[in-house]
Design a protein around this ligand. Structure first.
Ligand SMILES: [Zn+2]
Ligand SMILES: [Zn+2]
Length: 766
C-alpha cells in the first residue's frame, strides 16, 4: 500500500438499508479505485477505505451528496483510523454487534424499471408477480431481524438461481445486493384455492384468467399482498359489492378502489399533489373528490364526497389488473372488526367466509400492515394523513427534533392504536394497529410490539401510557414498567394530541404561547368528564386547559358515539322546540328511558365536538344511527361543501360567536339552527354556517388568549373542509400548525405521549 494512503472510516445512518446503499458505495469506491469494505450494521452503513485525505473526503462527499433516491441520511461522519491494508473493495456481512440504531426501511411500491421489465416481451421476468430490485419491493413487512440482509428476512428460504445470483453479485446490475431478488426460475410460489381448499392453479397466466373471469362473474377473491390479504371484487358489479358488504358485515363504510393504471383515473381530474401521492413509492389510498360526472356505484361509498383510490403497488396486483383492465374494490382482508389477515393458514381457514377464491403466495409476511390513507384538502391542497401504515411506518424523521431522553416506549391510545419507541435517539412509530376492543387486534398489537422490541432490542428507560384508561396498551405498559423496574408516566389523551403537534413542529422549547385546538370524539379528561372540544395553552413546558366546548350530557356510554340521535337528544335537553324535531327518532319507551337518564345527577358530561357534529347531522336528518365511525360527521361535511361549492369559500355567515359571547353553548347553537330550520333555510347552508361558527369560535378564543400560533389536532381535523376554512379565515393573522407526517386522529397519541414525557422531564429539571 502506498505510504500516502491512510485508512478512513465512514459511518452513515438514517434510512440507509434496503435501498441500494451498499451497491452505490461499492460503485463509488470502484470509480475512485479505492480498496476497503462497506457493510450494514445495526447503526447504519459503515465504510472503510484506503485513500489519501483528499480523495477520502471527495469520496465521502460524493456519497452523502448523492445517496440512493430513497435514502434519508440523518447522521454521517468520516474519521481516520489505524492503517489497515485492503487489497480489494467488498461488501461484507456482519453480525449484530450492538443494540440496533438503524432506521427500518418501509415497504416500497413497484418501481418504473421493474414495471417495464415485467411487461417487456423478452424480459426473463416477463409477468413475474414478485419482481423487485434494490429500489422496490417489501422491506419492513418481511424483516425477521437486523441488519437487513436476505437471511434475516422471509426471503431466506428462497435460494437464488445462478442468473439471479450473478445479478446479485454484479456491481453494474440494478439488482446488485437486492435482498428480495428472485425470478421465474427461483420463484416465490403462488397458489389459487377454491372454497373447498382445492388448488386450482399455481401458474400466473392461468391464475390471471381465472380471477378475471371470477371478478366479472361477481365473485370475491382474497389476494395476499404486501402487508396482508386484500378482499377484492369488480367495482362495477353492484351485486358483487352488495355480497361483499353482507359477508364482511360492513353495511356502509366506504370501500377503496384499485385502478389498473393512472390513465384510468383521468376522469377524477386529480390535482398535481394527488397524482404525485398516488403514484409514488408509498402508493397509499388517496381520498379524492367524487365528481358528478364519475359513474361509480352507490354501494362503494354512499353519499360521501370522496372516494379512496389507489394503484397496484405490488407486481401481482399489477398483473391481475392488467388482465382485467377495470377497477376493483380492494379492502382489507379481515373478518368484521378484526385486523388484516396476513398468515396463509389463517387466510385459508377464515377468509372463505367472505371470499370465493383465495390467492396465496409463500413469501411470509412478518409484519402485517393495512394500506396507508391520505387526502388533500380541496382548496389549499393541504395533505391530511388518515392512516399511516404500509410504505410510511415505522420510520419517522424530524431532523430538528432532539430529545434528551433516548429510550422511551409510549403505548398509545385505545382507538386507532399505535405505539412509539424512542430508541438510541431514533423514533419509530408503529403502523396503525386498530381499535383495541377486539381480541385479534390486541394480539396484533402485542405481536407488532414484541417484534419491534426484539428487532431493535429495545431497552426502554421509561414507559408512557394513557392516564385514564385501563385498556390493553395501558395494561401492557404498566406490566412492562413493573417488570423492567422503570418509571411509568401517565398522560391525558388530549394533551398527548397537542404534544404530538408540538413535537412535529419542534416547539418544545418555544418561548411563545401556543394555542392548541384539540377536537375529537372521546377521551377521558382530568375532571372525570369526557373531553373532546378542548383548548390548551402550551407555555413554559406546561399544558393548561384554557377553554372547552360547554359541557352537555354524555349518554349511554359507547352507544352515544354510534347513535348521533343520542347526541342530539343530550344537546337539546332543555329545548322543547328542537325536541319536537327529534322525538320521532325514538320510540316512546326509548324517549322515556333517556329522559330519565338525563335527570340522573351522576350522568357524565362531555365537551366533545365529535358528538356536536353527530347531533347536528341527526337534527338535519342526515344520520341517526351510524354504522361506522365518522359517518355522520362526513355527511354533514358533504352538505356544507355543497354550499361552499355554490357560494365560494368566502361565504362567511355563521351563528355569530360574538353575539353569543359567553352564552355560547350547544343548546344556544341548536336554538339558532332550529330557527333557521323553521325559516326553511337549506340544510347545506346550515351545515356551512355551523362549520364557520367553529372557525369563528377558534378565532375568538385565540384573540382572547393573545396568541400568534394555533395548532390543530384530534380526529375532527380530518375534516378537509374545516381545515380549508381555518386556513382561509385565520392564516393571515395566525401561524397555523397541523399534523404533518402523522394523522390528526388517535394514531398520533403514542408520539404525543413520547413528546409529553420529554417536556415533563425538562420541566422537572427547571
Ligand atoms: Zn424495482
Ligand atoms: Zn432466479
Amino acid at each position: 500500500m502506498k505510504s500516502s494512503l491512510k485508512t478512513w472510516h465512514i459511518h452513515i445512518n438514517g434510512l440507509v438499508q434496503g435501498i441500494g446503499f451498499r451497491p452505490l458505495v461499492y460503485n463509488e469506491a470502484l470509480t475512485y479505485g479505492l480498496n476497503g469494505w462497506v457493510k450494514n450494521d445495526n447503526d447504519g452503513v459503515h465504510i472503510e477505505v484506503n485513500a489519501s485525505r483528499e480523495i477520502a473526503h471527495i469520496f465521502y462527499q460524493s456519497i452523502i451528496n448523492n445517496p440512493p433516491e430513497r435514502a434519508k441520511i440523518t447522521v454521517s461522519n468520516i474519521i481516520q483510523v489505524p492503517i489497515r491494508d485492503y487489497r480489494q473493495f467488498e461488501i461484507i456481512h456482519d453480525t449484530m454487534s450492538e443494540h440496533a440504531k438503524v432506521h427500518l426501511t418501509p415497504d416500497f411500491a413497484t418501481c418504473d424499471n421493474c414495471r417495464s421489465e415485467m411487461f417487456a416481451p423478452k424480459n426473463r421476468r416477463k409477468h413475474y408477480p414478485f419482481i423487485t430490485c434494490s429500489e422496490c419491493g417489501p422491506r419492513y413487512s418481511i424483516v425477521h431481524s437486523l441488519p437487513y440482509d436476505r437471511e434475516n428476512t422471509s426471503m431466506d428460504v428462497f435460494t437464488m438461481c445462478e442468473v439471479c445470483k450473478s445479478e446479485y453479485s454484479d456491481p453494474a446490475d440494478r439488482r446488485y445486493y437486492a435482498q428480495t431478488n428472485s425470478c421465474p426460475f427461483c420463484s416465490i410460489g403462488l397458489a389459487l384455492y377454491n372454497s373447498k381448499k382445492k388448488e386450482l392453479s399455481n401458474d400466473i397466466t392461468t391464475i390471471k384468467q381465472i380471477i378475471s373471469k371470477k371478478w366479472s362473474q361477481g365473485e370475491i377473491v382474497a389476494i395476499k399482498g404486501i402487508g396482508g390479504y386484500l378482499m377484492t371484487c369488480c367495482a362495477s358489479n353492484a351485486k358483487a359489492i352488495a355480497t361483499l358488504r353482507v359477508r364482511k358485515r360492513r353495511p356502509n363504510k366506504p370501500f377503496a378502489l384499485m385502478y389498473p393504471n393512472l390513465d384510468l383515473l383521468d376522469e377524477y381530474s386529480l390535482c398535481e399533489e394527488e397524482v404525485k401521492a398516488i403514484s409514488d413509492h408509498v402508493s397509499p389510498i388517496v381520498l379524492v373528490s367524487k365528481q358528478e360526472k364519475i359513474k361509480i356505484l352507490e354501494g362503494i361509498c354512499d353519499s360521501l364526497s370522496r372516494v379512496g383510490v389507489m394503484l397496484p403497488y405490488a407486481p401481482l396486483f399489477e398483473l391481475l389488473l392488467d388482465e382485467y383492465k377495470k377497477p376493483i374494490i380492494a379492502t382489507s382482508g379481515n373478518i368484521y372488526n378484526a385486523p388484516i389477515v396476513f398468515q396463509d393458514e389463517k387466510a385459508l381457514n377464515e377468509l372463505f367466509e367472505i371470499a370465493d377464491l383465495v390467492l396465496v403466495h409463500n413469501r411470509e409476511i412478518v409484519v402485517p400492515q393495512d394500506d396507508s390513507v391520505v387526502a388533500y384538502t380541496s382548496y389549499f391542497k393541504k395533505r391530511v394523513v388518515f392512516r399511516r401504515s404500509r410504505g410510511l411506518a415505522p420510520t419517522y424523521f424530524n431532523d430538528d427534533l432532539k430529545l434528551t431522553s433516548n429510550n422511551i416506549l409510549a403505548m398509545g391510545a385505545f382507538m386507532k392504536s399505535t405505539f412509539t419507541a424512542c430508541h438510541n435517539g431514533n423514533i419509530y412509530i408503529s403502523q396503525y394497529l386498530g381499535d383495541l376492543d377486539d381480541f385479534d387486534t390486541q394480539q396484533n398489537y402485542l405481536h407488532t410490539l414484541n417484534h419491534l422490541m426484539r428487532l431493535l432490542r429495545l431497552s426502554p428507560e421509561k414507559i408512557v401510557v394513557d392516564m385514564h384508561s385501563d385498556f390493553l396498551s395501558t395494561q401492557k405498559g404498566k406490566a412492562l414498567a413493573l417488570m423492567l423496574e422503570i418509571p411509568l408516566l401517565e398522560v391525558q389523551h388530549h394533551m398527548a394530541h397537542f404534544a404530538a403537534l408540538i413535537g412535529e413542529h419542534n416547539l418544545i422549547h418555544t418561548e411563545e404561547k401556543v394555542l392548541g385546538v384539540v377536537w375529537d370524539g372521546t377521551g377521558m379528561g382530568n375532571d372525570g368528564n369526557i373531553w373532546g372540544g378542548e383548548f390548551f395553552i402550551y407555555h413554559d413546558y406546561q399544558f393548561d386547559r384554557c377553554n372547552h366546548f360547554p359541557y352537555f350530557h354524555h349518554l349511554a356510554n359507547d352507544k352515544m358515539a354510534k347513535e348521533p340521535r343520542l347526541s342530539a337528544f343530550a344537546l337539546c335537553a332543555d329545548l322543547k322546540a328542537v325536541q319536537g324535531i327529534i322525538k320521532s327518532k325514538f320510540t316512546d319507551i326509548e324517549w322515556k328511558i333517556y329522559t330519565q337518564k338525563l335527570k340522573n345527577n351522576n350522568v357524565l358530561k362531555t365537551s366533545s365536538i365529535g358528538r356536536l357534529f353527530d347531533a347536528l347531522a341527526s337534527i338535519l336528518g342526515l344520520s341517526d344511527i351510524q354504522t361506522y365511525e365518522g359517518q355522520a360527521a362526513g355527511l354533514l361535511q358533504v352538505k356544507a361543501e355543497e354550499h361552499f361549492n355554490e357560494y365560494g369559500l368566502d361565504y362567511d355567515i355563521s351563528y355569530g360567536i360574538k353575539e353569543m359571547g359567553s352564552n355560547f353553548s350547544g343548546s344556544e347553537l341548536l336554538r339558532l339552527i332550529q330557527s333557521d330550520l323553521r325559516n326553511e333555510i337549506d340544510v347545506s347552508c346550515i351545515a356551512a354556517k355551523f362549520h364557520l361558527t367553529l372557525v369563528h369560535w377558534i378565532d375568538y378564543i385565540a384573540t382572547e388568549q393573545q396568541v400568534a400560533k394555533i395548532g390543530f389536532s384530534g380526529g375532527v381535523f380530518q375534516n378537509t373542509l374545516l381545515i380549508d376554512l381555518v386556513i382561509f379565515h385565520l392564516a393571515e393573522r395566525y401561524e397555523l400548525l397541523f399534523n404533518q407526517d402523522l394523522s390528526p386522529n388517535d394514531e398520533n397519541i403514542s408520539f404525543g405521549q413520547l413528546i409529553y414525557a420529554e417536556i415533563e422531564s425538562i420541566r422537572q429539571k427547571i
